[in-house]
Design a protein around this ligand. Sequence first.
Ligand SMILES: *Cc1c(COP(=O)(O)O)cnc(C)c1O
Length: 474
Amino acid sequence: MATSSHNPSRVLHSGPAGAAELSNQLSIAVTEMTSWMAEYGGFTPHPSLDIEVDALERAGEQLRSRLRDNYPFFHPRYVGQMLKPPHPAAVIGYLTAMLVNPNNHALDGGPATARMEKEVVGQLAAMFGFGEHLGHLTSSGTIANLEALFVARQNHPGKVIAYSADAHYTHSRMCHVLGIDGMAVPTAADGAMDPQALEELLRTGVVGTVVATAGTTGLGAVDPVHHIVALCRRYGARVHVDAAYGGFFSLIADDSPDGVAAAPFAAIADCDSVVIDPHKHGLQPYGCGAVLFKDPAVASHYLHDSPYTYFTSDELHLGEISLECSRAGAAAAALWLTLRLLPLTPDGLGAALRPGRRAALAWAEHIKASEQLTLYQQPQLDILTYYPTHRRLSEVDQASAGVLSRGMRRPPAQSLFVATYTVDANALAVRGHQLVADVAQGRILRSVLMKPETEQHVTSLHQQVLDLLSDGQE
Ligand SMILES: *Cc1c(COP(=O)(O)O)cnc(C)c1O
């Protein structure tokens, strides 16, 4: 019998391999939280809430059966959209806190998780090089951006908000909601905001805030934040960075062969606000965005008071600095627990980002060496865009759509899940693709390589795309 000193340390793996340990840890969480509850004394549960275990098991079976109607976001052969399951640490953090169900609107709603939220927000701020800051978690990147644009409007009433033509649609929509004029700045051939075009717009004096995107949703293009900040300072505009997708790449923004460009990420420290989505690259379940402001004085824009909240302390209540009211304290607990174990360092969470970056670079090389596929543009993060080599855009469109649909229709163990991305003749031409634009727009292939496991599968993923292409030619 092995003694405990000979046991290798136990590991909680992510994915299906960690299932047994995950259920062990969840069971510990339920037991321990119940024993905290017991300190308050027992009471009789109300029969109206009782459910038959048999009925639960039947309904649960239906639930599980209906949930099979999903795509395998967890699997290395899912290289489609920005989707992956949370880390088991986040699941444990979320479910443990959810048993209490604190509301991070106010300290009255959940003092422990409100403090955890302040801690994780401080960690995110430090990652971006924000010293002093004001910030909080939100239910999504969209709401986080709404808050940043709201503060932009309050700071520069009547002025325009400029974002790149490739920015997330949320910006034009939220400008509409806020009654502000939004303007799209053209992108250059790499999909990032063209600083020259921005300067022309800034010169007119109409712009109050520029939104720089650090990692566009479509292409993973990183706007030149460092140039944008310099221009905005010259023309008196504020800078907000939408790093909803790309923010965590700050951890590997070191110009190294498997890192990403340092300068745009370092410049976030000089910006007025930044948004990041822990529910994208931060290993969290949905319901976790964050907005951070450099100047804590923006809190004045949120001022409100209500007779039914804020009793317990003079400490800051998060609801005083957020547009949303109720928010899951469990989301803060999940992020807090995750960052205790995988901290915001190059060796912590950074080590989970590098493999996806390497995968994108390696797959790009396979594509460049292949006759059947063409790289649309060099990946700047971990999002790859490519297309089946053809003369006409209509053929590219059909072939791309075929790879997508044939890949998903294969039996599970041979399936491949990619995404498509729509391009037009101009976008192809500026990148030097000599295609006959016989249709105005067409789909190319897009793959988000956000799981570190992908790196081990790049060669076979590439081969599978080729197989799916030749299947289509039979
Ligand atoms: C995902 C994303 C958003 C929107 O965030 P949600 O969390 O989906 O609401 C905004 N901007 C960028 C760059 C994104 O990638």
